[in-house]
Structure formats: C-alpha cells, structure tokens
Design a binder for this molecule. Structure first.
Ligand code: ASP
Ligand code: MG
Length: 444
C-alpha cells in the first residue's frame, strides 16, 4: 500500500444500474489523483431477482426459477451491449455472463440448501464489478480487481471483525501491487465455515465502512441517488432538505429509524476508527450531501425519521411495585428469543417495550404472562426526532408536543441519549405526524 491514505467510494445499485451511470462512476473515481478502493453494489433490481430465483428453487419450482434466470440473463445481455463498444470488451463481458449464468443453470439441477442460497445472492456483486472492470479496461483506466471473498469475513456469530479483515485486505493489496484504483464487491463475504455469505440486504454500505476502518481511509463516500440524508422523509413530506452535517450518533439514530439511505450497521466501523462518512449523489455530484463525523455541526432538532412494523408490549403487574429484579426477568424473555428491544417506558406498575420483529411474539407472550397482564399493540410506528443536545435546546420539547397535539401518542422516550426523542404512534397517524413535526420543528 502507498504512503498516503486511501479513499473509499461506494456506489449503490442505481449508480451502476445503467450504462450511462457506470460511465459517470468511472468519471467520478478518476476525478482526482487519490488512491481509492471502489465498492460496488449489484445493478439495481438484481439482488431482488436473485432472491426470487432462490425462493423459487427453495419451493422446488424449477420452471419458475429457470424463467427468472432467463429474464435476468437477457437483462444483462442488453446491459453489456449498451455498456461496451469494442469486440474485445464485448467478448470478455459475454464470457463473464456465460460463467455466472451457467452457474445459476447448474444450481437448478442440484438440491437447494442455505449455502446455495448465499451463492446465488452473491452473483449480483460479482457481475457488477467484473463488468465494470471490463469497462475500465476498454477505456484504458488502470485498476485492479480486488475480490471481496478473499478478505471480507464474518465470524461464527456472523459478525465482521475489522482486525481480521485488515490483515487479509493488506495481504491482498500487497499482492495486487500499487494501483490508483481497486474495484471490489460490497455485500458479499465468507463465513467462519469458509462458505460464501453476505452482510444482509443493503450491506454494501457496511462493506464500505468496514474497508474504510480496516485501511484507516481518509473518507468513506457513499454514493446513491439522493443528495444526502434529509431532515424528514421526502417520500411522505412535501418540503425536505439535505442535512449538511451530522455526528455519528445522530446518523446512527436516523439510519436505524428508517432513513433508508445508509445501512445502520455501517456507522460503527467508521465511528470507531474515526473515518468521516460522506453521503453523496451520483446524479448530482457537486451537491454538498451529508458529512458525518465526530462533530455534530449544530445544536437542536435536525431530522425526523420513522420506522413501521413495530409491536408494543405492555406488562402490567402490581408485583412490580417496589420489587427489584422485575425488569431483568422481563428482559431475559426477550434475550432468550434473540429479539432486541428498541424502546422502553416504565411506570410504577407497568412496563412497555417495543420490538421490530414479531417472529417469536407468541413465545414471548407466553413467557411474559406469568408476570402479569400482557397487552399487545401491533402496527405501530416509531417516530424519532434526532438532533444534538436536544435537552439543552429549550423549546424543542414544547414545539414538538404543541405541533402534534391532535395525535394520540402511545409511548414517549426521552433522555436515553442527548440526541433523540422518540414517540410511538399508531401507523395510521404516521403521515400526519411527520408533516406536523416538519411544520412545528422546521417551519416547513
Ligand atoms: N445488492 C445488495 C442488496 O440489494 C447489497 C446492497 O446493494 O447494498 O441488498
Ligand atoms: Mg443501499
């Protein structure tokens, strides 16, 4: 590796999904002379198609699976035609397509397993990076293909370890020699059994952040199709604007609470190794985007985000009165079923918690019932107001509650951190709540 720091540039599915987009990406990565690791997602829609193929195979629907594969193959044949011009490049690309689609057709003939599923899901990122490298070669842009399966690993708890990744990645980079550009896959990795695995849906951001941490990068740039994190959900609220600067803590809250632009797990590696993260727009490269660093930039409420599909559980028991150890017993039930709790509120005789996965809800209820009365509210939405030093910004709470006066609020959580207030409401009031808060907090 060179003396100076390298930069990470990660491009999402829409940023590589069309020939002209890949062309744009090649311009962005060659815009300056800095050494870079470029992390690519699969072309937009590909991972969803691979999931469809896998699901069809899992339900022994081989004909349907075959049709999905053919459809995807045609899409790639067209894509390659629009991407490349020279015969040499087209020939290499068709070889790549042949190799990967042959693999999918062969899989059709074998019996389905979870390991095979992961192999199927890995095809998208392998295809996008290989085709992009052929494009770079066609345009005489010097680069090296950096295979993620050789360095990106997860341990037996499915957790990536930056230390392990660092060792393997530096070996790989040494092996490849000094290059200005290294092109690698997001999302895919190897598990502790050495099998192909992945970092879960949307995991390319996580890959980028892990790589940035492992090489102590100068910056981790996440390029998508919007100009940064917005102060509210642009799909729901009419007037929103991109936030210029966020702290890692603020960004983590927002990413978890549904700001789809960044995978929530991708915050910790960058934060722990103190690598600045930038959210940028491939379609509008000169827009400022959002900078995420240790510093928050400004105080007060900065953004509102919402997360649906929440279940609230209330456990009422007079035995809780003045008793110690009650909460521990309640929490242990959730721990047993590996269900994480997002929000907690307590009164002297009751405790309410929220969960975002009700896979084990029935079992959890059954084990909670001996403690008291258990009430369930499903179809709830968490609305989080995120900002810096909210507790010291006096009028935030007043404006917040004044603005949502017509909304019935099921739970409120405040004071857990200095940068958020979370409300739990019924899903049906979400749109109205986000709009009211936008007016109340940002005057929009
Ligand atoms: N291609 C994967 C997905 O669609 C990973 C990613 O794009 O981040 O989930
Ligand atoms: Mg994404």
């Amino acid at each position: 590796m060179g003396e100076g720091k390298m930069k990470i540039m990660k491009f999402g599915g829409t940023s590589v999904g069309k020939a002209e987009r890949m062309h744009q990406v090649s311009q962005l990565i060659t815009a300056d002379n800095e050494q870079k690791i470029v992390v690519l997602s699969a072309l937009s829609g590909t991972t969803n198609s691979l999931v469809e193929i896998s699901n069809a195979m899992a339900s022994a629907n081989k004909n349907e699976a075959k049709q999905f594969i053919e459809k995807l193959e045609n899409h790639y044949k067209e894509f390659v035609k629009s991407l490349l011009k020279t015969d040499a490049a087209l020939e290499s690309a068709n070889k790549v397509l042949q190799e990967h689609f042959e693999f999918l057709y062969i899989i059709l003939k074998i019996s389905f397993s979870e390991a095979l599923n992961k192999d199927i899901l890995a095809q998208g990122e392998l295809l996008s990076t290989k085709l992009f490298c052929i494009y770079l070669t066609e345009h005489n842009i010097d680069h090296a293909f950096l295979p993620a399966l050789e360095f990106m690993t997860i341990d037996s708890y499915d957790e990536p370890q930056v230390g392990t990744i660092k060792v393997k990645l530096s070996q790989m980079l040494k092996q490849l020699g000094e290059k200005k550009l290294y092109i690698t896959q997001g999302y895919i990795c190897r598990n502790s059994k050495g099998e192909v695995d992945n970092l879960k849906r949307g995991g390319s951001d996580y890959s980028a952040s892990l790589i940035a941490a492992a090489i102590n990068a100068s910056a981790c740039e996440i390029w998508t199709d919007i100009d940064g994190m917005h102060n509210n959900d642009p799909r729901i609220v009419k007037k929103t604007y991109p936030i210029e600067q966020l702290s890692f803590d603020e960004a983590a809250e927002l990413a978890y609470f549904g700001a789809k632009i960044l995978h929530p797990a991708s915050i910790w590696p960058a934060q722990f190794y103190n690598v600045p993260v930038k959210l940028l727009n491939t379609m509008e490269p000169t827009a400022k985007g959002t900078l995420i660093t240790e510093k928050a930039g400004s105080v007060g409420a900065k953004a509102i985000a919402a997360k649906d599909g929440i279940t609230a559980i209330r456990i009422k028991s007079s035995r809780m009165l003045l008793a110690y150890g009650f909460l521990r017993k309640v929490f242990e039930v959730f721990e047993k079923y590996r269900t994480s709790i997002d929000m907690v509120t307590t009164s002297e005789v009751a405790v309410s918690v929220t969960i975002d996965s009700d896979v084990f809800l029935k079992d959890i209820i059954k084990e909670l019932e001996p403690f008291g009365t258990v009430e369930i509210d499903s179809n709830q939405t968490l609305v989080s107001v995120v900002g810096n030093e909210i507790e010291e910004t006096k009028d935030v709470m007043k404006r917040l509650f004044d603005s949502i006066e017509p909304i019935p609020v099921r739970m409120v959580s405040y004071g857990g951190s200095k940068h958020n207030v979370t409300l739990l409401i019924d899903r049906q009031h979400k749109e109205q709540t986000l709009q009211l808060l936008n007016t109340g907090l940002f005057g929009l």
